[in-house]
Design a protein around this ligand. Sequence first.
Ligand code: NDP
Ligand SMILES: Nc1nc(O)c(N)c(N[C@@H]2O[C@H](COP(=O)(O)O)[C@@H](O)[C@H]2O)n1
Length: 221
Amino acid sequence: MHVVVNAAVSADGKLSSRRREQLAISGADDFARVDQVRAASDAIVVGVGTVLADDPHLTVKDEDLREQRREDGRPPNPARVVVDSNGRTPTDAEILDDEAATYVCLSEAAPVDRRADLADRAELITAGDERVDLLRAFAALREAGLERIMVEGGGELIFSLFEAGLVDELRTFVGPNVIGGRDAPTLADGEGFVADFPTLDLESVDRLDDGVLLTWRVDER
Ligand SMILES: NC(=O)C1=CN([C@@H]2O[C@H](COP(=O)(O)OP(=O)(O)OC[C@H]3O[C@@H](n4cnc5c(N)ncnc54)[C@H](OP(=O)(O)O)[C@@H]3O)[C@@H](O)[C@H]2O)C=CC1
Ligand SMILES: Nc1nc(O)c(N)c(N[C@@H]2O[C@H](COP(=O)(O)O)[C@@H](O)[C@H]2O)n1
């Protein structure tokens, strides 16, 4: 399995404002690049915080890229995955439509009625007691044949994936704005590290739109 985290941050490292509404930090060229990364992936993963904030669709937007996937014998869109301990994903969420397969990773704590609602629209994976155990959930995704994984956020999930040692590559588009706010989400939130910080090898730096794309390999821990 290869896990790429891709996100767009402001020049001060924020994913969004303190209102946690979806903000376009990327420009047109970066969104086109993101579409290519999606098209090259078997699955796109987000946390339920992103689903609740953005109601993302997580599909490939460019019809040529979808057609290329069909020609390669793959479904036109990668699978979508929500990490959602308690089954908070709304049943009318875009991510549950029939444009692509969807997996919802739950914990044992997810209420039975939420499981039943979600099971009509998605494959359910249960891993962890109170919170999704990411090592087990990602092992289940791998067993389902999903090898090339793109994670799009948000900051809580990205931190946990680094903590679990699951990230192979980090691609960060840094946009030309300052968002600020101590409560605004950043690339990696969660508890934060105080020692044994994950370290990265800088692979490339590319000017893109009015910002810069940083591609990092994550060192083994
Ligand atoms: N600029 C960009 O590129 C992007 C920006 N965003 C922005 O990010 C914000 C959302 O990010 P954020 O609030 O951090 O939410 P996340 O999308 O990271 O989801 C976090 C939630 O996932 C659930 N979860 C379950 N298991 C785990 C686990 N093991 N580790 C971590 N989380 C787990 C938790 O909810 P529970 O306990 O209920 O399961 C948790 O609160 C929005 O403002 C959105 O607009 C999002 C993506 C990309
Ligand atoms: N790469 C990138 N740049 C930004 O500026 C963004 N705001 C995001 N957001 C991510 O894209 C999701 C929306 O996807 P759909 O257009 O609905 O398919 C959003 O939920 C974030 O994960 N990404």
